[in-house]
Design a protein around this ligand. Structure first.
Ligand SMILES: [Zn+2]
Ligand SMILES: [Zn+2]
Length: 205
């Protein structure tokens, strides 16, 4: 009888991971490929530096998470590949390292070996921590809503001698300067913005 090496809370019998931690690890491994696939289509809003500082320090072997971009598919593959190599060496010392594979294949392999890992792999808790970190890193990006363009009304710049008003819709992303993409007029100062607001046409509902 011993406590789970991952949650250090529940009884794991003669295994390294309790049933709940084993199930959670399996679920996370099942979800990782889709999560990282989504990463590639979501704009990056978190810098590498931020991600690196949030990586847990206890999960170091066999690969140093601190030096890897975990919000990158290649980084995730490297982490799981290193772990898979370690597990294969523990289980089948005579066999060589695993062939290079994609994230989906590594996750599938780890899930197939999950029962053996939970029972016999001494670093099962580190694997669980790594997978949790990978999931968390990806979620900081995928889970964050993409920045939305703000609508700021209509451009009030006069574009010719006849007094024609530009009238183009003004949009900007948060933090960007206000600039009409049609006539190029910039609204930079507070006076500019007040003028812009003052001359807005009445909204037709
Ligand atoms: Zn546990
Ligand atoms: Zn304009």
């Amino acid at each position: 009888m011993s406590t789970c090496t991952a949650c250090t809370d529940r009884d794991a019998g003669d295994r390294y991971l309790c049933d709940r931690c084993t199930t959670r690890l399996g679920d996370r491994l099942a979800g990782l490929p889709d999560l990282y696939a989504e990463l590639s289509i979501v704009p990056r809003v978190t810098g590498l530096a931020e991600v690196v500082t949030t990586a847990p320090t206890e999960a170091r072997a066999p690969i140093n998470l601190d030096v890897i971009d975990l919000c990158d598919l290649g980084g995730a593959v490297r982490v799981l590949e290193a772990r898979r190599t370690d597990i294969q060496a523990a289980r089948w010392p005579d066999r060589g390292a695993p062939a290079p594979a994609d994230l989906m294949a590594h996750c599938r392999w780890l899930r197939m070996e999950l029962d053996w890992i939970a029972a016999h792999y001494p670093a099962a808790a580190e694997l669980a921590a790594e997978v949790r970190t990978l999931e968390g890193s990806a979620l900081t990006i995928v889970g964050a809503p993409p920045p939305r363009a703000q609508r700021l009304g209509y451009c009030v710049a006069v574009t010719d001698d006849a007094g024609t008003v530009c009238g183009a819709a003004l949009r900007r992303y948060p933090g960007e300067p206000v600039r009409c993409r049609w006539c190029g007029t910039q609204y930079r100062t507070e006076a500019d913005l007040l003028l812009l607001r003052h001359y807005q046409p009445d909204e037709v509902a």
